[in-house]
Design a protein around this ligand. Structure first.
Ligand code: C2E
Ligand code: SIN
Ligand code: SIN
Ligand code: SIN
Ligand code: FE
Ligand code: FE
Length: 364
């Protein structure tokens, strides 16, 4: 069990490093677009990404524009995507290839266009690089050569990003498998981990965390007990109370989880590691592994502590019967300010109806 988990982790950490390099795709494309604009003396440059399934073009970068989405069946960009050939337009409104819909929507007046296809290694269209309205004159073949040159870089940046997206999916799957490995041992259900994610996200939102942190906690909270894969079955599945020695071993799951998940270069894994480490810390400093108190515990740790205990109480465990919803709620309120952050418990109670909805929807 531990062995295969460690292998998965090694792969995961490699992915983490790769995926982080993609953060700047938009920045890369943006700087390519402004570079092209300067070199070509164009008024505007856009990079479209081709969505083959929908036969649509999405503007990844459109200077001075909201992102746009157009059918690839129409317009100069679409024509370029399908023909895979450079298109030069010298008088847009008298050109059969031109589609005036975008102008109508944006209030822009297109006069001249240069569009080159972005192709992958197999010569499939992955997008279109487009320049509009060359200053005082029309686009030339030399402009087209220059734009093609820049486009090669844009094409490989986009191609990598598409690849990374697939890796990211794989990474998410591996992480979820890891969480299920811990669940399996614990006889917890995937519904438990999902609920802990949803309760946590709700509290994070109510507390006023950023959208980014809300989605981070929703994805990372389900892994809080990943370290339980390091605990012997004899202890994990014991139907009775643990001895003090057994509980000492059990407590190591927090640090084990942290060490398994932590990756310096991946924000998502960093959050997961911090949560694993801190989810048994208590507001009054009596928790483990470090006895951190109040705001020494990160907001992530303080939130997941509540979501985890609440859900553990209403769930069946090898060592206990499920509690009722109301009894579990009362337990949280009773331990507000000792075990739990009182501000968060107040938010929990204020939103008890929403909590109840999650509970109803994801019953065991
Ligand atoms: P868990 O079952 O997921 O429980 C998570 C936390 O929920 C516990 O952290 C505790 O704070 C709270 N909790 C769960 N059940 C009860 C309960 O019946 N009464 C109260 N007052 N609180 C409860 P804790 O105590 O640090 O335990 C961590 C993990 O250690 C537990 O995760 C469970 O896997 C294991 N564990 C704890 N006590 C026992 C036990 O008596 N027997 C067995 N076999 N395992 C235990
Ligand atoms: C088109 O591709 O035909 C529209 C050009 C534009 O205004 O972006
Ligand atoms: C972290 O997990 O993000 C920092 C805390 C630690 O590494 O011990
Ligand atoms: C945050 O506070 O939003 C980041 C999590 C932390 O407290 O470390
Ligand atoms: Fe735990
Ligand atoms: Fe749990």
């Amino acid at each position: 069990m531990m062995d295969s988990a460690e292998k998965q982790l090694a792969i995961l950490l490699e992915f983490g490093k790769v995926i982080n390099r993609t953060k700047s795709l938009n920045e890369v494309l943006e700087s390519m677009a402004s570079f092209a604009r300067e070199i070509l003396h164009a008024d505007r440059c856009s990079i479209f990404v081709y969505d083959k399934n929908k036969d649509e073009l999405w503007s990844k970068v459109a200077q001075g524009c909201e992102p746009i989405r157009v059918s690839a069946k129409k317009g100069v960009a679409g024509y370029t995507a399908l023909s895979k050939e450079t298109q030069i337009v010298v008088d847009a409104y008298n050109d059969y290839r031109f589609n005036p819909d975008i102008d109508k929507a944006t209030g822009y007046l297109t006069q001249t266009i240069l569009a080159v296809p972005l192709l992958d290694n197999q010569e499939n269209t992955i997008g279109v690089f487009q320049a509009l309205n060359k200053s005082e004159t029309i686009f030339t073949n030399v402009d087209a050569e220059l734009l093609l040159l820049i486009s090669n870089y844009a094409a490989s940046a986009i191609e990598n990003a598409i690849l990374y997206d697939r890796l990211r999916d794989t990474q998410t799957k591996i992480i979820n498998k890891l969480a299920s490995a811990a669940e399996f041992k614990d006889q917890e259900t995937s519904k438990h981990t999902k609920r802990v994610g949803l309760y946590s996200a709700l509290l994070a939102e109510q507390y006023g965390l950023s959208r980014d942190n809300i989605s981070k906690i929703e994805l990372a909270a389900p892994m809080h007990d990943a370290g339980k894969i390091g605990i012997a079955d004899k202890i994990m599945l014991k139907p009775d109370k643990l001895t003090p020695e057994e509980f000492e071993i059990m407590k190591t799951h927090a640090q084990i989880g942290h060490d398994l998940l932590f990756d310096e270069e991946n924000e998502y894994l960093k959050a997961a590691a911090l949560i694993a480490l801190e989810h048994h810390e208590k507001w009054d400093g009596s928790g483990y592994p470090h006895g951190k108190k109040d705001e020494e515990i990160s907001i992530f740790g303080r939130i997941v502590a509540i979501a985890d205990v609440f859900d553990a109480l209403i769930s069946r465990r090898p060592y206990k019967e499920p509690w009722s919803f109301d009894k579990a709620h009362k337990h949280l309120q009773h331990n507000s300010g000792t075990h739990f952050d009182p501000t968060l418990i107040a938010l929990f109670s204020k939103n008890i109806e929403k909590i109840h909805m999650i509970y109803q929807e994801l019953k065991d």
